[in-house]
Design a protein around this ligand. Structure first.
Ligand code: ZN
Length: 149
C-alpha cells in the first residue's frame, strides 16, 4: 500500500495484525508521513519506533520554567539511532509525540523532541497500533498537552 503524501513524497507500508511496517524514502518527512498513515488507517493509539538516516532535523527541548520549547535545526549526515514515541488524539485529530536520537559523523549523539526530520537514505518505522483511544488535554501548570483518562 502506498500513500502519496504530496508531490515527491511517498511511502510504502504493510500491515501485519495490529502492526504496520513502513518504509520512508529519501525526501520524506517523518512526522508528516506517520501522521498521514495514522489518518489513512484510522490509528488512534499506538507506539512508534524507528531507525534510518536524516540530513535535516529540527529537535526541541521543553524548558519547564518558561513552559516553552526551544528548538534547534541539525543538518549533515546523521543516523537516526532511535526514534520512539506514541500516537494519541487531541481535538479529534491524530497527535504524535515523538523523540529522536541522532548520531553525527563523529559519533556524537543529539537527542530531543522531534519537530521534523527529512529522510536522506531510508526510514524504517514500525507502528504498533493499540485498540483504543486516548485523548490529550492542555495542562496549565505543566504547559503541555497531557494524556487525559
Ligand atoms: Zn516531547
Amino acid at each position: 500500500m502506498k500513500i502519496i503524501i504530496k508531490e515527491g513524497m511517498k511511502m510504502d507500508y504493510r500491515k501485519f495484525g495490529s502492526k504496520y511496517v513502513l518504509r520512508l524514502d529519501k525526501g520524506d518527512e517523518i512526522v508528516e508521513s506517520i501522521k498521514k498513515l495514522c489518518e489513512k488507517e484510522g490509528i488512534k493509539l499506538g507506539m512508534v519506533t524507528g531507525i534510518g538516516a536524516t540530513n535535516k532535523a529540527v529537535i526541541g527541548l521543553f524548558h519547564t520554567s518558561s513552559k516553552e520549547y526551544h528548538s534547534k535545526e541539525l543538518t549533515g549526515d546523521m543516523e537516526i539511532t532511535s526514534l520512539v514515541g506514541n500516537i494519541s488524539q487531541m481535538d479529534g485529530e491524530v497527535y504524535l509525540h515523538l523523540h529522536i536520537t541522532l548520531g553525527d559523523k563523529d559519533y556524537n549523539v543529539y537527542g530531543g523532541h522531534l519537530t521534523s526530520a527529512v529522510i536522506s537514505a531510508t526510514g524504517e518505522i514500525i507502528i504498533d497500533a493499540i485498540e483504543g483511544e486516548v485523548d490529550r488535554e492542555f495542562n496549565q501548570e505543566v504547559g503541555l498537552n497531557l494524556f487525559k483518562f
